[in-house]
Design a protein around this ligand. Structure first.
Ligand SMILES: [Fe+2]
Length: 171
């Protein structure tokens, strides 16, 4: 049964497509963050290991919420790794995970890509498709990514500061 929630079918479809692309991006970044959680090494291992865990746990909730939002709009959520890799804006396999600093920078780049993408989507979702519920929802997701990005950025700065002061670099 189609939702009759005051948004034309075609507009619901367009919004669901944007959400499915976001779902794919979140899933790819969730996996990269688990990779970092498992494989980071160095003096800050335990702090970063825990930080990455808190971030992938937050993204796990975001992923579920995005998929269920797609269903709430009357469409099906993507649910296979193949589909995620087909539509994602993020690349997998080209990341430089050769040092802790590169690992953090790579994750930061992806969070910032998602932030820019959501920011671009908010205007058509609210103004063109009149889906204020989804506009509000993705704005909240963007804010979560902005906070995660701040923490990653601050972690990179810490590594740089430590290196400049002549102490052992974290890698
Ligand atoms: Fe773990």
């Amino acid at each position: 049964m189609k939702p009759t929630i005051g948004i034309p079918d075609n507009d619901l479809k367009e919004v669901a497509t944007l959400l499915n692309i976001l779902l794919a991006d979140e899933y790819v970044l969730f996996t990269k963050t688990r990779n970092a959680h498992w494989n980071i090494t160095g003096l800050s291992f335990y702090e970063m290991h825990k930080l990455f865990q808190s971030q992938y746990e937050a993204m796990d909730i975001m992923i579920d919420d995005i998929a269920e939002r797609v269903r709430s709009l009357g469409h099906f959520a993507l649910g296979s790794l193949k589909d995620f890799l087909t539509v994602t804006n993020l690349s997998e396999g080209k990341d430089d995970f050769s040092s802790s600093e590169q690992m953090i920078q790579s994750l930061l780049n992806d969070h910032e890509t998602i932030i820019r993408m959501i920011r671009n989507d908010i205007i058509p979702i609210s103004d063109k498709y009149k889906d204020l519920g989804t506009a509000d929802f993705v704005t909240g997701l963007m804010e979560q990514h902005e906070k995660i990005s701040w923490m990653l950025r601050s972690s990179v700065y810490y590594v740089e500061t430590e290196t400049e002061s002549g102490k052992t670099a974290i890698n």
